[in-house]
Design a protein around this ligand. Structure first.
Ligand code: PGA
Length: 252
């Protein structure tokens, strides 16, 4: 089976001391091959400490968000180019909280995808419908729009990942059902095929939304699920590793 990833989105949680504690525990518990399947997205101010802790390990890290320009008069923003120099490999783009809490528009998200790629990082474009969208049968339309617009100026020659995170499942304890995940990920694969017939099959698609070790067994084996984007449950190194191990067990 293809590679499988567990990405931990810490959001605005953990101080540098707590991050180092997490890193110490995780590095002690996780085998080398497991470390290569892990990516952590710390708050930007914590990234420096975490990057140092992970430097000689297989664990990768990335930004939760960055600006659409590498430098300039943009007070308070974070640069993908700086993150690259610090050893980051990824940046989330268009996470649900960026779209809904910070009202980030689709054209800004598309610019960020391009910036992240040109800085040498891999953008993980996050998409997903709200509860209203699902109730009104607009799931496919919303995912299609978010992917088409998000990738409108992206380079098909450079890596890109997608994370499907239904808004109603994020931080709510309500996980999408295996058939809902299967359907959404298949739709995403089809949209990616329209975008690039050459590379679509190799683009990892992560599922996110209340992922915990209890329910990975029903999700990790789904054909187009190439990993998880985990919020709350990624804050505890034992639980994070448990999710990865349970997924690997299913995918054996
Ligand atoms: P959650 O968050 O696992 O806490 O639902 C997922 C995310 O927002 O990436």
């Amino acid at each position: 089976m293809s590679a499988f990833y567990c990405a931990g989105n810490w959001k605005l949680n953990k101080t540098p001391t707590q991050a180092l504690d997490f890193a110490g525990q995780l590095l002690q518990m996780a085998e080398a091959h497991e470390q290569k399947q892990m990516i952590i997205f710390p708050p930007a101010l914590v990234a420096f400490e975490l990057a140092r802790a992970f430097k000689t390990s297989g664990i990768q890290w990335g930004l939760q968000n960055c600006y659409s320009e590498a430098s300039g008069a943009f007070t308070g923003e974070n640069s993908a180019a700086v993150a690259w120099e610090m050893g980051a490999q990824y940046s989330l783009v268009g996470h649900s909280e960026r779209r809904h809490v910070f009202a980030e528009p689709e054209d800004m998200i598309a610019k960020k995808v391009t910036m992240v790629q040109s800085a040498g990082l891999i953008p993980i474009l996050c998409v997903g419908e709200t509860l209203d969208d699902r109730r009104w049968n607009r799931t496919q339309e919303v995912i299609q729009r978010q992917i088409r617009q998000g990738l409108s100026s992206a380079d098909t020659e450079k890596p890109i990942w997608i994370a499907y995170e239904p808004v109603w499942a994020i931080g709510t304890g309500e996980v999408a059902s295996p058939s809902q995940v299967d359907e959404a990920h298949s739709i995403i694969r089809k949209i990616l095929k329209e975008w690039s017939a050459n590379v679509h099959a190799s683009i990892p698609i992560l599922y996110g939304g209340s992922v915990k070790s209890d329910h990975v067994s029903s999700l990790a084996g789904i054909h187009n699920v190439n990993g998880f984007l985990i919020g709350g449950a990624s804050l505890d190194p034992k639980e994070f590793l448990k999710i990865l191990r349970a997924s690997n067990e299913i995918r054996k």
